[in-house]
Design a binder for this molecule. Sequence first.
Ligand SMILES: NC(=O)c1ccc[n+]([C@@H]2O[C@H](COP(=O)([O-])OP(=O)(O)OC[C@H]3O[C@@H](n4cnc5c(N)ncnc54)[C@H](O)[C@@H]3O)[C@@H](O)[C@H]2O)c1
Ligand SMILES: [Zn+2]
Length: 360
Amino acid sequence: MEVLLVFEDLLIKSHKGKYAVKFTSDWERTVNSYDLKTTKFIIDENISNLYQDELLSILSKRNHLLINANEENKSLDKFPKYIQSLVDLGLKRGHTLVAIGGGITQDIACFLATTMFRGLEWIFIPTTLLAQSDSCIGSKSSINSGNIKNILGTFTPPKEIILDVTFLNTLEDKDIYSGIGEMIKVHAINSVESFDNINDSYDELLVNKNIMESFIRNSLLFKKKLIEIDEFDLGPRNVMNYGHSFGHAIETATNYKIPHGIAITIGMDMANYVSFVLGKTTEKHFSRMHSVLNKNSSLFRDTYIDPELLLNALAKDKKNTSDQLRLILPNLEGEITIDLYDRSPLLEQAVHSYCAEYHN
Ligand SMILES: NC(=O)c1ccc[n+]([C@@H]2O[C@H](COP(=O)([O-])OP(=O)(O)OC[C@H]3O[C@@H](n4cnc5c(N)ncnc54)[C@H](O)[C@@H]3O)[C@@H](O)[C@H]2O)c1
Ligand SMILES: [Zn+2]
């Protein structure tokens, strides 16, 4: 069996004080140490099935709310049911919520912790790669309302994060690639060298948990730099949306058939291509990133992306001004920068030719 290294905790500064990401290979011990009288659990249904033995003492006490992790279940209209369940479990002011799951479970728990009893402490045990390498820090919750995705949200960091990569052993491949998409993103934002680093180790990441964990930690370190100077996403943190204007438009155009981090992977490649066609970056920078991005999205290579649907969704992005698109593209040095661009025929043509070449 692979011997797991122990990585040092990471401390994140926030408006609520410092909180730690604790790296462990023994999450069950921590979870089973919580005082069941003052702790209620919010657990992803797949996790409660896959890890019944480890969670036995919690599940048998009926001290938990189960979440079937899909986008409908993080809609505002589902919240009265969650609130009723937690109140029925005996949740009171001063208690702690512990969330065990991926980004969806995190969003639900964070929103409830911010609003119930005007604020509860919460602890997060991320179980997907996306949640471990990206969403677990940064304080945000994002909740859907009707058809409008992520329109509601709050900023409340957890008290601590317990990060155990052994959860990744049961994660489906598509969710591994989805998480790697966000890891590639933050490495590319950090520097050209950081991207080259993860690019060079891509194949090893998939087979070696220690290498995976060290890149998870680096991803969090790079994100930490941005959220500590701009926790509320008013300026410098915006660059974390690299690949997201195109990625969200891809998600809309494909009716959410592609997992988030894989749509972001394709979104980065498209952003790089558009930047190259507009003359903002060089072909070298597009090609430098293309092969790993293409590899990371290969499970969805055959998914058709309608360029017109994509361009319509792109035009509706809430970050645009009334007549320009706000895009995050690589510059001539390969650095990731934010700027305003006209919705020009050249830009539209670039999106059409990208879709025709890679997702027709
Ligand atoms: N709040 C934030 O900062 C933030 C940031 C990024 C994304 N998000 C949100 O996160 C969501 C996506 O998160 P996600 O990719 O973590 O997905 P998720 O929570 O939907 O989980 C993906 C799937 O993996 C299953 N799963 C979770 N852990 C598992 C494990 N260890 N083994 C086997 N199966 C497991 C889940 O049941 C689910 O079916 C989106 O709703 C997105 O909007 C939030
Ligand atoms: Zn994302």
